[in-house]
Design a protein around this ligand. Sequence first.
Ligand code: ATP
Ligand code: MG
Length: 507
Amino acid sequence: MSQFTSNLDVLIRARYPILYIQTHEEGRLNNTLHGIAKKLEKKVFEWSVTQGFTQTYPPRSRDHSKPPRSRDPLDALNQVSDQIEPAIFVLQDFHPFLSSDQHSIIRKLKEIARFLKNSYRTVIIVSPIVELPTELEKDVTVIEFPLPGREEINQLLIEIAKKLENNEGISLQLDSDSREFLVEAALGLTLQEAENVFAKIIVKNRQLVANDVESIIAEKQQLVRKSGLLEFYPATESIDTIGGLGSLKEWLEQRSLALSQKAKTFGLRPPKGVLLLGVQGCGKSLCAKAVAHEWKLPLLRFDVGRMFGSYIGASEANIRKAIELAESIAPVILWIDEIEKAFSGLSDSGGSDSGTTARVLATFLTWLSEKNSPVFVVATANSISKLPPELLRKGRLDEIFFVDLPSETDLSEIIKIHLRKRGRDPKEFQIEQLSRLAKDFSGAEIEEAINSALYEAFHTQSALETKHIENAIAQTVPLAQTMDDQIKQLRSWAHGRARMAAKRINT
Ligand SMILES: Nc1ncnc2c1ncn2[C@@H]1O[C@H](COP(=O)(O)OP(=O)(O)OP(=O)(O)O)[C@@H](O)[C@H]1O
Ligand SMILES: [Mg+2]
């Protein structure tokens, strides 16, 4: 029995007269209620404004002598008082009748609350939103119906597979690992939403495989779009599109299943996350996207700038909301890009900031250190000067990686990747020569050089050749030259404090 079911069971047996359950999932809730009714030997009557009352448990055939249907809400409540058998009365969408000008309904509910305390009857109001007039606050107990957990979604998949067993042309041969991927991806959806998305994939592809995780994730975008603080990022970049950064890639690969249920059962604590610190344009953001793709998890980008609302205090509420939302979708990658921007107010606070940044930071850090949920944080930063030392302390995040400018060998790898991305065969280019010329270029800069080379070739109506890229490289002044001091500073800070992301150290 789930936590929710047992709580509800206790409340009903303790004769709480009126419960208010917030959910969009009427069908799933009804199944739960029927289970409880069966155990407690009660009937279940469901009311809606279109149907009036119908007995839904134990199910009765339609032609049975019908009970009065009472589509009128006040009549319906009168019927509740008149009924003597042990029963649960489920009122669907009753919230519009609870506005504070509905005097008779409010009064009637207060009477019912008093009256039902000594009976075996329970009224349950079901609605997607909680709207209660002050008068009823003490008489009604509000509970939230949690979204389906792993077990329920797994069960759904088993049922779908069973239904389609004899259906030729459809393959649902899921091993337990692929099933786990699918189940995890569907967490955060209602059961109906999960069923719909599975059905959609099966109709389209005639199969359901671990790779369908992406379609499931797309379905979750709606949830997040409404929040404003978090944004779903389609994680399309695979780890093969990253050149160099070998140690970081290995570290990430090692943890690819760390957020799974299997890892949890094995006794692994879910990893908290990484901080990628380093030079601009060297692949930090790219890595965040690739992690999500490799781990087959949704990627949520947290907009730190938007978090600081215009009211004092609003931002603490904001960060709490973002954390809650992320946890509801977990397992998930929470990408906090340019985290230093969030905390830049700290050093010169005191003025307009009045400590808000500090409180937001405290909320965030407390969450990080106590966090047990499978939310993997990937934070990126370009400078350490603005980062609070608390964030850099071990234990908050699992590791700090320093992402330096690529070495010559890594640069060749990056050049090859970007040539291939543009449909060119790297063998036709003098890669070594190019990477030597592009000394001190970042990944972003070499990519840009290849882009402008393409423009030039296109303009002169010739095929792309090494010389075009050479020209483009010669015309670029890498940031490393103008920002030499900053980069040196960053390097010396990182030395001994952070792990090198690249295997081949730049000299
Ligand atoms: N190591 C790399 N391998 C392949 N491509 C790279 C690499 N580094 C950078 N690039 C290219 O440059 C683009 C920009 O890189 P990215 O946004 O990841 O840099 P960043 O480190 O996050 O920079 P910033 O600090 O400016 O945010 C990437 O989308 C990618 O195309
Ligand atoms: Mg970036």
